[in-house]
Design a protein around this ligand. Structure first.
Ligand SMILES: Cc1cc2nc3c(=O)[nH]c(=O)nc-3n(C[C@H](O)[C@H](O)[C@H](O)COP(=O)(O)OP(=O)(O)OC[C@H]3O[C@@H](n4cnc5c(N)ncnc54)[C@H](O)[C@@H]3O)c2cc1C
Length: 510
């Protein structure tokens, strides 16, 4: 790790290209702040990475809200740079090749980016560094995505943390103002970006030129870009004090809805931490305020990022290897059940409403992510990796570390996961967290005629009563595809077969 002064020295008087990836903003940006503070010329680039885009297209994701979100942010940044007398250099292709080519043509001394902790991104950055080295150009990656990264917090025995509570304690104890201070990009009152020569500028490809179609992103009303993120954060701050008591109810405006902005960096995590701290009088004092609880969620994000960094194998296997001995259901019936889960037709209203939410908006409330994940794994007995992959395709805020962490937590295969014998009952979860059935009615309108007591488990009502309320089970709405009590017993048997883990995973709980 380099110290701030070393980074500034390394950049002093140099021509620098800042490569934007999942940090699509011009404010509070570590690489830009360093570059603008020390370099003699600063160019900014973005590459529409064909490797990533083609993988999406190969999975049939031609209408992908994330690509549209990124496209909007890229256009916004280009406009802001144009207003500052510069332009965004946009390319499409293999990212390492495009960056090396651009850096060579610009004649820069160094390419600056932010560190990424996903295995594919690490490989991409290594390849970029190699190509640049061949041209005698440096590559420097800085921390920006998280507050504390991989190696910064260690247990007393030198391990990485695999249990959240001590990690959170260590995170809070280590936190200093420098960790969340704004990385100012206009410290001298202006942004001194260099203007690329006209022959280096290429028009930003349209969505269709990239091979994609527009989605319902704008119709969803999600504020876009850096400006949208700032508005959303300001609005959330007016209700952050209620976060703790409201965050678990999907029909209530409880959470921040900022995850997609954090994912693509239209907002910095430091800005979010500063927002939380504005509402916490004394960080060292005990207590559970809304802002404290929200800050803990941001710490979960760092926690999972460091798990992925230290255990990249979790992308394909269980954090606790013994759990890979579980015999998940396979075959035609399991495949049919998976499809019914994915399309929101399981006959469990809360699960169906949640799956319809993710399919139609790309967002799913955190409580519902836990309920639907638990249902797939512990009611349907299907491998968590299949659900993880489905969420990866659908979520606007899809983040490998958090998604994997969330799925392994729900499946009880992960670090600090819930015990395998804790199995969510989808009906009692529904009664508890959507007591009036308001969320269900929003996404499962065919059950709108049922009252608050009936809507969570319509099969418990007599046929005539259901019909009086416009519901014919098996016709207008499905019968439950599994019986929860039977499934629960099968799951307990399935997990009980897991042999005792004789070789605890590296970084086992301290
Ligand atoms: C099965 C499953 C899959 C998930 N997949 C993702 C994913 O792909 N991307 C993602 O960002 N989050 C994921 N989460 C975590 C969480 O559900 C979302 O971060 C949250 O719902 C986003 O909404 P929000 O911004 O309104 O959250 P808020 O409640 O406002 O939380 C603020 C921020 O804290 C972070 N955060 C909150 N909860 C968690 C958590 N449990 N783990 C890690 N970070 C958290 C997020 O960055 C979030 O934006 C997953 C959770 C589960 C159970």
């Amino acid at each position: 790790m380099l110290y701030r002064s070393e980074v500034s020295t390394a950049l002093a008087g140099k021509k620098v290209l800042v490569w934007l990836r999942r940090d699509l903003r011009l404010d509070d940006h570590a690489a830009l702040a360093f570059a603008l503070g020390a370099a003699s010329a600063v160019f900014v680039a973005f590459v529409f990475d064909r490797d990533i885009l083609d993988r999406l297209l190969a999975r049939g994701l031609k209408r992908d809200r994330r690509v549209e979100f990124i496209h909007h942010a890229v256009c916004e940044i280009d406009a802001a740079l144009a207003a500052a007398g510069s332009r965004l250099l946009v390319r499409e292709g293999n990212a390492p090749v495009e960056i090396a080519r651009l850096a060579t043509r610009l004649g820069v001394d160094m390419v600056l980016a932010h560190r990424d902790y996903e295995p594919l991104a690490i490989a991409r950055d290594q390849q970029t560094a190699q190509l640049l080295r061949e041209e005698n150009i440096g590559f420097l990656a800085l921390k920006d995505q998280v507050i504390f990264e991989g190696d910064e917090l260690r247990t007393e025995s030198g391990n990485f943390y695999s249990v959240f509570t001590p990690y959170r304690r260590a995170w809070l104890a280590a936190l200093s103002a420098a960790d969340y201070a704004e990385r100012k990009t206009d410290a001298k009152g202006e942004r001194r970006f260099a203007r690329p020569k006209a022959d280096l500028l290429q028009p930003i490809p349209s969505l269709s030129e990239l091979g994609f179609e527009s989605t319902n992103l704008k119709a969803l009303g999600l504020p876009l870009g850096q400006g949208g993120a700032a508005r959303l954060l300001a609005e959330f701050e007016t209700r952050i004090d209620h976060y703790r008591e409201r965050r678990d109810y999907p029909a209530v405006k409880g959470p921040s809805y900022l995850s997609v902005h954090l994912r693509f960096g239209t907002l910095s995590v430091r800005a979010m931490v500063r927002a939380a701290l504005r509402h916490i009088a004394d960080l060292d004092a005990d207590g559970d305020s809304g802002a404290r609880t929200w800050l803990s969620e941001l710490i979960w994000r760092d926690f999972y990022a460091q798990i992925l960094y230290h255990r990249p194998d979790v992308t394909t296997q269980s954090f606790r290897p013994a759990y890979d001995d579980i015999a998940w259901r396979e075959g035609a019936e399991a495949a049919r059940h998976f499809d019914l889960w994915a399309t929101g037709a399981t006959g469990y209203p809360i699960v169906d409403a949640a799956m319809r939410q993710i399919n139609s908006s790309g967002y799913m409330h955190n409580r519902l992510r836990m309920i639907t994940a638990s249902f797939l794994v512990k009611d349907l007995g299907i491998d968590w990796r299949r659900g993880e992959a489905y969420f990866a395709d659908q979520l606007n805020d899809y983040d490998l570390a958090s998604n994997n962490g969330g799925w392994q937590w729900s499946a009880s295969t992960g670090c600090d996961a819930q015990p395998f014998f804790r199995i969510f009952n989808p009906v009692t979860q529904s009664e508890k967290f959507d007591p009036h059935g308001k969320f269900i009615r929003l996404y499962v309108p065919e059950l709108a005629g049922l009252d608050a007591r009936q809507i969570h488990a319509p099969w418990r009502l007599a046929k005539a009563e259901l019909e009086g309320r416009g519901v014919v089970l098996g016709t207008t709405y499905p019968m439950p595809i599994v019986d929860h009590e039977t499934a629960r017993k099968e799951t307990l048997a399935r997990y009980q077969k897991v042999r005792k883990d004789k070789s605890p995973p590296q970084g086992a709980p301290d």
